[in-house]
Design a protein around this ligand. Sequence first.
Ligand code: KG4
Ligand code: ZN
Length: 327
Amino acid sequence: MILSIESSCDDSAIAITEIETNKLLFHKKISQEIEHSVYGGVVPELAARLHAEALPKILEQTKEYFPHLKAVAVTSTPGLAVTLVEGVTMAKAVAVALDIPIIGVNHLIGHIYSLFIEKQTQFPLTCLLVSGGHTQVMEVKSLSDIKTVGKSMDDSFGESFDKVAKMMGLGYPGGPLIQELAKDGNREAYNFTVPLHQSPLIAFSYSGLKNAVRLAVEKADGDTAKYKDIAASFEHIATKHLIMKLKKYFKTNPPKRFAIVGGASANLYLRSQIEELLKPYGAKLLLSELQYCSDNAAMIGRVGVDMYKEKSFSTVADLDVQPRSNL
Ligand code: KG4
Ligand code: ZN
């Protein structure tokens, strides 16, 4: 079995995965959403302190599996340096105490593998990652052959929802809150410009849209009906931006198997628009189970299983945290 630990942002999670069967034997996550909600975003120092409280509590519950552990896998990149360190330090202690190898896992590959929890992998695949930290399109041929073909130049898709929610004083995380508010709004009410619509680049940008929304929110001055229309129009344009860039990319790289992963892949409007986009290609759409869209340790454990089979181990002395991903 593999013990896996996730602490890259505001979720403390530990899982136990059986190597032979990919079976998830244990998974527990303690989220910090309530604690960060008053600040409208994640406060790194607070997050680190909460991980230091939560991770040992969860680890204690996994003791019965210790005699069966073959390796410990931990998110080591990308994420907040001060929170990654909490998980990595715990993983090192477990690895030394049990004399087992340590595996440093890339959180973005973790999101890709959220598709394969308790399942076999399915490659090749074109993958859209939409989370709080990332917006990128990847061509995934295997665990070790992942090519990023487009990414955000500034804010991420999920982050833009968080910021719009903060402007409206709704709390954190903003994705589900904006999605809910948008349900009763008119998507055509505000004519926000689609980012980079004239650019030939396969790239994303959310800072301009965010600023346009800020002006609209200020003008609406707390009017609930207008907030609903702004939320709906923002969600529509934020999604249309992804769809237009994917359409452009598909002209030269038609998809056969396509996946949406990451916390924001839970967005229902995005899911419906991607389904429409894929129809002419007859491409198969892969989605993670809703409970595994946001950060979790099950996806890190699933990557851990494949890295264990390839003997992709680090040493306790050398495994370092890397706040930025090399993907
Ligand atoms: O993958 P994740 O849990 O954490 C990161 O690795 O960043 O993603 C969290 C992000 C947050 O920005 C959150 O607002 C967004 O995913 N999110 C959503 C929805 N649910 C979560 N964004 C849009 N619509 C949603 N339904
Ligand atoms: Zn994530």
